[in-house]
Design a protein. Structure first.
Length: 268
């Protein structure tokens, strides 16, 4: 299986075990190829590394081979990295990728975000930067079960769509009330529970207490359209809180924190 399609959507990606990852390093500098290769092998010694010294070679490898992760330098000769990414994305073959640059210009960084680069690595960097990207890929390769608890079917559908656009690979289950939520969780615990505060019958605060009585380490993300309500319920010490409406980037930031993953782009 290969990580095809948009790098930002788990629905478009087929994940593979770490030992079978094929990683492309597209970089014209032998020194920086070695840095990236060292980071990859520090992470796991049995990963396959494919090297490309220019944009044309990178295009050919991405078009021909199964590539799961790519590190792409933006300033390669012949065809630059941004053009490589755009051409491969047009054919729906761009894997999960990070870009490499000497330039930390805000406009360029914004352009790479728009192209769905997971991270933007600015030279000089060390092997830890490479291992950080691979650690995130390893985590998002594993499916996580999430439970959406909201009495509004419309709200659940919106949250489901946001989850499906995340870089994380989610199995999504839904409950429209507290009783159904507890039954689903007791039958098979979720990695994360997205829980609306304002529901009839058992409200979010009560459901939080019930779930914690069953599992003290449950990760609960409280949701509300009211920031005042979220602030008032901070005494519940949820794992996180999201004010509606929220968007895929908001959710990805929360999930990175819940899984102890460093944020890309320096946390910006």
């Amino acid at each position: 299986m290969t990580a095809l399609g948009k790098a930002v959507s788990s629905a478009d990606l087929d994940w593979v075990e770490a030992g079978t990852w094929r990683i492309m390093v597209a970089e014209d500098s032998g020194f920086w190829r070695n840095v990236v290769r060292s980071g990859i092998h520090d992470f796991a010694s049995d990963l396959t590394v494919i090297e490309a010294g220019d944009g044309q070679s990178a295009l050919e490898a991405l078009s021909r081979d199964r590539i799961d992760i790519a590190f792409v330098d933006l300033a390669m000769p012949e065809i630059n990295g941004a053009e490589v990414v755009k051409r491969i994305q047009a054919d729906a073959r761009m894997p999960f990728f990070a870009v490499i640059s000497v330039n930390s210009d805000a406009a360029e960084i914004a352009r790479m975000r728009k192209l769905s680069a997971y991270d933007y690595l600015v030279k000089p960097f060390g092997t830890d930067s490479i291992k950080r990207v691979l650690t995130t890929y390893e985590r998002i390769s594993r499916q996580s079960r999430v439970l959406i608890v909201d009495d509004s079917g419309t709200a659940r559908s919106i949250i489901r769509r946001i989850l499906q656009r995340s870089i994380f690979n989610f199995e999504i289950v839904e409950a429209g009330d507290g009783v159904a939520a507890f039954e689903l969780y007791a039958d098979r615990p979720a990695d994360i529970v997205f829980l609306d505060l304002n529901m009839p019958g058992l409200d979010g605060a009560q459901i939080t207490r019930i779930l914690r009585a069953h599992n003290r380490s449950v990760r609960i993300v409280l949701m509300s359209g009211s920031q005042e309500a979220l602030d008032r319920h901070a005494v519940l010490t949820p794992a996180a809180a999201l004010k509606k409406p929220f968007f895929p980037n908001d959710l990805d930031r929360v999930v990175h924190r819940l899984f102890d993953l460093p944020l890309p782009y320096g946390g910006a």
